[in-house]
Design a protein around this ligand. Sequence first.
Ligand SMILES: Nc1ncnc2c1ncn2[C@@H]1O[C@H](COP(=O)(O)OP(=O)(O)OP(=O)(O)O)[C@@H](O)[C@H]1O
Length: 792
Amino acid sequence: MSTEVGGPGAGPASGPGAGQVKDAEIAAEQTRVDAAYVRLGEMRSEAEHMLREGFRQAQAGTRSSLVDRDAMVYQASLRAQALNIADDGLVFGRLDLGVKAAAATVEAPEGAEDKASERNGPLYIGRVGVRTRDHESLVIDWRAPAAEAFYRATPEDPRDVIRRRVLHSRGHRVIDIEDDLLQPARADGLTVVGDGAFLASLARTREGAMRDIVATIQREQDVIIRAPADGTVIVRGGPGTGKTAVALHRVAYLLFHHRRRFGGRGVLIVGPNQRFTAYIERVLPSLGEGSAALRSLGDLVSGVVATRHDTPELSRIKGAGAMAGIMRRAVGDHPPDAPDLLTVVHAGVVVRLDRHRLDKIRRQIHQRVSGSVNTARRKVAETLLDALWDRFVEIGGLVDAPGIKRGEFIANARDQFGDFLTAWWPIRTPGEVLRALGDPERLREAAGRDLSPAQIGRLAASFAREDDWSYQDVALLDEIDAVLGRPPRAAGKVREDDPYVVDGVNILTGEEVADWEPEYRELSTSIERSERARRVDDEAEEATDFGHVVVDEAQDLSPMQWRMLGRRGRQATWTVVEDPAQSAWEDLAASRQAMSAALGIAEAPGHGQAPSRGPGGRRGGRNRRGGPSRTPRRPHHAYELTTNYRNSIEIASVATRVLARAVPDATPARAVRRSGHDAVIALHQDADQPTLLHAARDAVVDLLGQVEGTIGVILPLGWPKETWDVPDRVQLLDVLEAKGLEFDAAVLLSPETVAAQSPTGLRTLYVAVSRATQRLTVLTTDPEWEKLLGNR
Ligand SMILES: Nc1ncnc2c1ncn2[C@@H]1O[C@H](COP(=O)(O)OP(=O)(O)OP(=O)(O)O)[C@@H](O)[C@H]1O
């Protein structure tokens, strides 16, 4: 085997000659890696050949060849894509095992090609599986069962691993190696080199986008990534414990092992805002998985993009579960321009339905409608005609015009009320319904006793804003959309002169007619939107209910946002990652309940509780009003992450002091890397906002000389994010935008303001102080805060 330095169990090679030993080891690994790349190149050619072959068969044009072509092209293109991605840093791990174990568990995932290996040599772990033409395994895919030991083996539980080696590469070139000796007594002839490259990798400069961690996934993280595919996984852990990283790697794992199941129905990943989704968007493609839909809470509903956060108080009102009932009642309300009177004349008799009667009819219809409001026109027409006939009889129509048959009356009335029907029961859009609640009178009507007069005033003023939508508005729009449903869809040929066709629906038969579009449409329905958003090309449409949903920063979701997510995963399994100590949502109990309903689990365990299983089995159906109350009960598993990979020990200690204030009984995650740089807590006593901003600018200039990567300037909510003349690597953002992000250095302004801005201000401050990997500067005007953060 390789050159021996210091003998078995002697620990990492060090002292004179250690560098040469390491170089020799690197050179030996390079030879193996080169061989893997040669084979990877051949496999890519094979995949490309299959793609060409698929297209060739398509040209032959027989029916069965088209089916074969589709399957072949699909598989070959996935394969080609994965193989291309793997070109960078293909091999990153090596396991030296006891002789038997090496061949034990290389299993094929569903549809993939890895097969049991017979070799006794070391196992190499990489981004994709690579085999020789004779099916001998050169590299094992990191997601295959045989690779598990690479992440799980410890000295206490070595799993027959004697030495674990991490290979650090740049492109095709191995630049460093780092060893872990797990069974010194069996290490006969094995060299051990390395000097903490893992910790060094944690200290690396951040380039502004998150990267995958395949080479260094830690044991507690791997357990979650490979958790059973059935049921729901809930992950808790402090800032920087890798919750986001783990959730994304789990998606890659699930797609690898269950491509048909999850790839077919789709995977949805939801993050707090667009800055965050942009930050994580490269991770899955770098793992060869480009198929998951990545959305933020602000753009989950296509056609709408939230541009602002509401004030904490407004968020609290808009996010509360009571809004579901308010939105439902708003949809059932008299639309703003709907007529107040229906008049028809038959045989000289004038029949009128006034506003009072019409409102009663509207209420009845809403109670009876079982589908969507927007497709209820047929039912509406029938009910109105019945009411007209009853009224005709009631006012003595049969006396004035004896012998009139009901059928004649109805046919005549129907001819007269087409326009009325369109105006009285218009095809409504969610945006229009929500804007209409900008009228305090209308909102009061819909709110009943659920809102106080003061709340109604503030809420109406917010809905009346013409310019944009807020994050919480998006969930309200989706709620309304679920009640409205999709408008009628085209099905046959339109006859322009057909008096019975109203807004694309034949009011006699309920049939939908072709080529019809509503005249105005601010938003389309969720079904159309998600079809459009997830359409691969104009032909293929994907399902709207996802197979797996990942929710990041879940601690911040309001009950209304959980309802919105619940509708996208009625039959889904879920991965939910959260840190309650970072929550900006005040009523955690209500949010927890809404989460359990959306996920279809009995009740999510509290922070720090042991993994649990809910009662399993029952499949649920669709809730008529779009609520998640009848989702199935599924098993769920809870996990906790305990190591902070982001913050230096120095920065983590500041965060821990904030945590002690925010959530006194919480246990902080353990930071593992010392940077040698204490956080700077600078007091600018009594400074006003411009002075503090000026000081922040000076701090940024200093930091630009100290770190190579990104610098985040984190401001209290509502502070001006004026454009500074600074390089792109400096970002200005408010505390809520900073969620989930990380920077090499962070400058935080006025912690006292952040803490006081809402009842959850301290938890938001905890988020803000835990963003930096290397340097943290805090500017405060308050001596108390200086003392607290600086531990003086
Ligand atoms: N095993 C690992 N190896 C290398 N880096 C890691 C590992 N685990 C996590 N990291 C890195 O640590 C940083 C924090 O990870 P991540 O953002 O996933 O944490 P988080 O728990 O989601 O944090 P927050 O709660 O603040 O959103 C990232 O840069 C991530 O790449």
